[in-house]
Ligand binder design. Structure first.
Ligand SMILES: Nc1ccn([C@@H]2O[C@H](COP(=O)(O)OP(=O)(O)OP(=O)(O)O)[C@@H](O)[C@H]2O)c(=O)n1
Ligand SMILES: C[C@](O)(CO)[C@H](O)COP(=O)(O)O
Length: 224
């Protein structure tokens, strides 16, 4: 059984701001993207890695391919995350049985998370880490609360989202005109129920400048 990781690193970071995409900023002595690449590199459950980058960043693509032996190729992504993923799926078609789709902007994954996801995907075909909402959750329209959602049923879903390749490829093909915000939704749209396993709050996505303050603290204290 062959498992590839597709690392989505083609975003421009509009909400984060600045010139350099957030996934290429340095945290201690390596770029944000390198934290997850290191974990994939060291995981016995991942065979190869493909990276999608923004246009204009060829040097970084070459550097990462040189430094991480499992990175077999990089290519340019597209203007929407979903389109970037679709391109990645086309690139690895016919090469793997399972695929782990990951946000480069989520640096703090770990080896046991990868192991748990890969063990689970063999029976559930679509699986992702998620964390239960900690705060009370409100459904709001125009600034006013309409209802309170039972928080024991609300999970915040993360990446890597791991799939049987044929399932996610079929789903992306069928709904190729829709840009969902995560990959599970393509499978859900087929009528398949993906599995959730326990994630960790450390696996947050660096989206805004505020997140970078937390990322620096985590990198400094836990990942040095
Ligand atoms: N066209 C895109 C958009 C996003 N991504 C990647 O998908 C992940 C999650 O996306 P997000 O946090 O939204 O990143 P950006 O799109 O860069 O941010 P923004 O939406 O603020 O522009 C990131 O690793 C990002 O690089 C991608 O590969 N291709
Ligand atoms: C895929 C994802 O990280 C799951 O939480 C998220 O949906 C990405 O959303 P974004 O708008 O591309 O940041």
């Amino acid at each position: 059984m062959t498992t590839f990781a597709i690392v989505c690193a083609a975003g421009s970071g509009k909400r984060f701001g600045g010139k350099t995409p957030k996934q290429f900023l340095f945290l201690n002595n390596k770029m944000v993207i390198e934290y997850s690449l290191s974990v994939f590199e060291n995981s016995p459950f991942i065979d190869s890695v493909v990276i999608l980058i923004p246009s204009g960043y060829r040097e970084i693509g070459d550097l990462l391919k040189e430094k991480y032996k499992k990175v077999i190729l990089w290519d340019y992504g597209e203007d929407e995350r979903a389109k970037t993923v679709k391109k990645g799926l086309e690139l690895v078609k016919g090469m793997c049985d399972f695929v782990a789709i990951h946000d480069a902007a989520r640096p703090f994954i770990n080896l046991s998370l990868i192991e748990n996801l890969i063990l689970e995907v063999k029976s559930s075909y679509a699986v992702a880490p998620a964390v239960l909402a900690k705060d009370t959750v409100k459904y709001v329209t125009d600034g006013y609360i309409e209802s309170t959602i039972p928080r024991e049923k609300v999970y915040l879903v993360q990446t890597p989202q791991v799939f049987k390749f044929d399932l996610i490829y079929t789903a992306y093909k069928k709904f190729e005109d829709i840009c969902f915000t995560d990959d599970l939704q393509y499978v859900e749209a087929l009528g398949v129920k993906p599995k959730i396993i326990e994630g960790t709050s450390l696996n947050f996505k660096i989206t805004t400048q505020e997140d970078m303050i937390f990322a620096k603290a985590v990198a400094e204290n836990l990942f040095k």
